[in-house]
Design a protein around this ligand. Structure first.
Ligand code: GDP
Length: 194
């Protein structure tokens, strides 16, 4: 078995990306942050797992956030041997602000924590920076530079183009992500999947 996990905060466009990637609808009609169980799609012999979205909307208790985080960590630890690729989806518009909010409270932002955790486990990690259609073309590179810096990677972002995939899932543009996945799957001789 070969597994790809997809993780990200609620509302970043995770479901839209998975729909573009697989042609299948996940989380139909569910409110963000409500699903605790990972959702899975089987494409040939490859499992694509949509992890519960973390970091919710107002009205959801902190305690529930911790439960989701524990759930994600437990799932990942239990299945680490078959997880080869991890995709972290971020929102190009709000990511830097959200991270800075956490930093101002002296907390490690959850996306960064997850990125470090995936790397420690040896997953091949891709960061999809979604909703790029909302960033003006002239700000495209500076926004991506600011985002990679928050992940502890030095700018310019272009030197990380084998892990950073700018996408606009709503517009159906996830070709950069497909390209990065295909490259990795080619090494596994599974590049016919996307
Ligand atoms: P999830 O909670 O991460 O699964 O996010 P969804 O896929 O449900 O998307 C959340 C919202 O963001 C929806 O209103 C989507 O239409 C919107 N959205 C998703 N991808 C994009 C994108 O690339 N650009 C823009 N502008 N909106 C997007």
């Amino acid at each position: 078995k070969f597994e790809i996990i997809i993780s990200g905060r609620s509302n970043v466009g995770k479901s839209s990306i998975i729909r573009e990637l697989t042609g299948k609808q996940v989380k139909v009609g569910k409110r963000p942050g409500v699903t605790l169980k990972p959702t899975q799609i089987l494409l040939s012999d490859m499992l694509i797992t949509d992890l519960p979205g973390f970091g919710f909307m107002s009205g959801v208790k902190d305690r529930k956030q911790d439960i989701v985080k524990d759930q994600i960590v437990r799932y990942i630890e239990n299945n680490a041997d078959r997880i080869k690729i991890a995709v972290i989806v971020t929102d190009s518009v709000s990511f830097v602000d959200v991270v800075e909010r956490w930093e101002s409270r002296n907390e490690i932002p959850i996306d960064i924590e997850i990125f470090d955790f995936f790397n420690e486990l040896g997953f091949d990690t891709i960061i999809a920076v979604n909703k790029m259609d909302r960033i003006k073309d002239i700000h495209h590179d500076e926004r991506l530079d600011a985002i990679v810096e928050k992940f502890g990677l030095s700018s310019p972002w272009k030197q990380w183009n084998y892990i950073i995939a700018p996408t606009s899932a709503k517009k159906g543009d996830i070709k950069s992500l497909k390209g990065l996945l295909r490259k990795r799957l080619h090494e596994e001789k599974r590049d016919d999947l996307f």
